[in-house]
Design a protein around this ligand. Structure first.
Ligand SMILES: *[C@@H]1O[C@H](CO)[C@@H](O)[C@H](O)[C@H]1NC(C)=O
Ligand SMILES: *[C@@H]1O[C@H](CO)[C@@H](O)[C@H](O)[C@H]1NC(C)=O
Ligand SMILES: *[C@@H]1O[C@H](CO)[C@@H](O)[C@H](O)[C@H]1NC(C)=O
Ligand SMILES: *[C@@H]1O[C@H](CO)[C@@H](O)[C@H](O)[C@H]1NC(C)=O
Ligand SMILES: *[C@@H]1O[C@H](CO)[C@@H](O)[C@H](O)[C@H]1NC(C)=O
Ligand SMILES: *[C@@H]1O[C@H](CO)[C@@H](O)[C@H](O)[C@H]1NC(C)=O
Ligand SMILES: *[C@@H]1O[C@H](CO)[C@@H](O)[C@H](O)[C@H]1NC(C)=O
Ligand SMILES: *[C@@H]1O[C@H](CO)[C@@H](O)[C@H](O)[C@H]1NC(C)=O
Length: 428
């Protein structure tokens, strides 16, 4: 039921298409313009069907940052990036041939109004920052990058916060190497990947535990656009994960089709915010082999709490958790918490429950099975999302469901207000 309601909400989310890059003097290609290459290879141009040399670091390895320029990553705090369709729209406009076109949080100021309400999918699919603890860019291979922070509402605002995991260890003497990754929704009809590499450095580190070897992310969230209404949490990759390398001519690690791109959101178990489970000690009991039939969901050690594994095979968790993942960030976060607390609630010992609680921040609410699917078939007559929510809320028997609905409503409001801004953003 929730899945269906949330799916219908997707129609209310705005659509945009546009090109964007991460801008900072620490990046490779900071001063690359449309004329630098024989083709338009500005940092904002999408990467598609390119050779490895063309897509890796956006083909900008010959355009390194100046010595000493780093993007700082304060452990346990947000790092604010500037994402824009033109360097002139950022505080680094001085070295842009077009000059200063900054306009608040607008990702692409001055673009003519254009709307892309075409397929019923929105473009906000999330983006991520990845890191490798290596200072020599010539040594870095695609499999070395670990995604450490996700912003699922990327790209909406120029200033975009990326939460840095508190347990990120210090970088080697020459700093670390990072990259921004983004794949947007297929609604514009193009299989567009984005990658911008930059030099980064972790500050304020307190932990010394290195990152785990990153694994391939797996598709495991609800995917209504492709007919999968429910998440399959046993199919997820847990822990350190690589970025997606998709739709290039060479060295892909993802092979999804044109209309089912991999995304930096719950669809591939990339939770919004800091990826706190990417360290070598994050899963002391190991991670079960992911599979569609896997019923053990590992619980990470997040520093300070004892880890444990719990079974998530309850129908309640399976039937109500997934939908939020697909479209709404706030709902996804709320739902995730509910999954974890449900796991805690059904674990067999009190000790297990309380340690899981500590690990997730809250375990006092449990998901009541009365919210599972099949209890109320929605009618087919057209209704607004708000009226669906109202009627759903009337039937809400748990405060968990109430808070999920609050989150969804908040998201609708937020997306509406962002809609005006999105009208200004067009692809070019
Ligand atoms: C990728 O590029 C090759 C060679 O340039 C071309 O033959 C092929 O059709 C392109 N594939 C796609 C999916 O665009
Ligand atoms: C980019 O251009 C500006 C202005 O010309 C210059 O000061 C800066 O050093 C350049 N940065 C890089 C990385 O080339
Ligand atoms: C994503 O970025 C926006 C804009 O900076 C910020 O408001 C939001 O909190 C960020 N999300 C996360 C999970 O950090
Ligand atoms: C990275 O940050 C640490 C902590 O602030 C500092 O000691 C170190 O010198 C920085 N590394 C580089 C290469 O700037
Ligand atoms: C499980 O993950 C694999 C690898 O990403 C994917 O091909 C498959 O569709 C997923 N199955 C389900 C049911 O999520
Ligand atoms: C999952 O279980 C079903 C039923 O036992 C089986 O047919 C299928 O092959 C299993 N799939 C995987 C990926 O293990
Ligand atoms: C934990 O749950 C309690 C009881 O519902 C609530 O008052 C509190 O705000 C929750 N804390 C967090 C961190 O979500
Ligand atoms: C959920 O919200 C509705 C309407 O706001 C309220 O009547 C109901 O008591 C709430 N239920 C719970 C369990 O908080």
């Amino acid at each position: 039921m929730i899945a269906i309601v949330l799916l219908s909400l997707a129609a209310f989310l705005p659509l945009t298409a546009g090109h964007a890059a991460f801008w900072h003097p620490s990046m490779w290609g900071f001063n690359v313009t449309a004329q630098t290459f024989s083709y338009d290879n500005r940092p904002v141009t999408p990467l598609m069907n390119y050779t490895f040399e063309q897509w890796w670091f956006h083909g900008h390895l010959g355009y390194p940052p100046n010595a000493g320029d780093f993007f700082d990553l304060p452990a346990g705090q947000p790092a604010t990036a500037q994402i824009a369709c033109d360097k002139g729209a950022t505080t680094f406009y001085a070295s842009d041939p077009g000059g200063d076109i900054q306009d608040g949080d607008n990702v692409c100021p001055g673009s003519p109004i254009s709307e892309f309400h075409t397929t019923g999918l929105d473009d906000v699919k999330g983006c991520g920052l990845a890191i490798t603890y290596n200072s020599d860019v010539a040594d870095v291979q695609p499999g070395d990058f670990t995604v450490f922070s996700i912003n699922q509402t990327c790209v909406w605002t120029r200033f975009t916060d990326f939460q840095v995991p508190a347990r990120m260890p210090v970088c080697p003497e020459g700093g670390c190497i990072c990259a921004f990754f983004w794949i947007h929704s297929p609604d514009s009809g193009a299989e567009q990947n984005y990658m911008n590499g930059f030099r980064c450095n972790v500050t304020g580190a307190t932990s010394e535990v290195p990152l785990a070897t990153p694994q391939l992310p797996r598709r495991c969230g609800a995917d209504p656009a492709n007919g999968r209404m429910e998440a399959d949490l046993g199919n997820c990759t847990y822990g350190a994960k690589q970025p997606f390398y998709w739709f290039q001519a060479e060295r892909n690690n993802m092979f999804e089709g044109t209309y089912s791109p991999p995304f930096y959101n719950d669809l591939y178990n990339f939770k919004d915010g800091a990826q706190d489970d990417i360290f070598q000690d994050s899963y002391p009991n190991g991670i079960p082999t992911p599979s569609v039939n896997q019923t053990i969901i590992p619980t990470p050690y997040l520093g300070g709490a004892i880890s444990t594994a719990t079974s998530a095979s309850t129908s309640a968790a399976a039937s109500t958790t997934p939908a939020a993942a697909s479209t709404t960030t706030a709902a996804a976060a709320t739902t995730t918490a509910a999954v974890d607390t449900t796991a805690a609630a059904i674990s067999t010992t009190t000790a297990m429950a309380s340690t899981t609680t500590a690990a997730t921040g809250n375990g006092s609410e449990t998901l009541t099975p009365t919210t599972s699917a099949g209890t109320g078939k929605p009618t087919c007559k057209p209704r607004t999302a708000a009226s669906r929510l109202r009627s759903l809320r009337k039937r809400a028997r748990s405060s968990w469901l109430n808070s999920t609905l609050d989150a969804v409503q908040g998201n609708i409001r937020r997306h509406r207000s962002m809609h005006d801004r999105s009208k200004l953003w067009r692809p070019f």
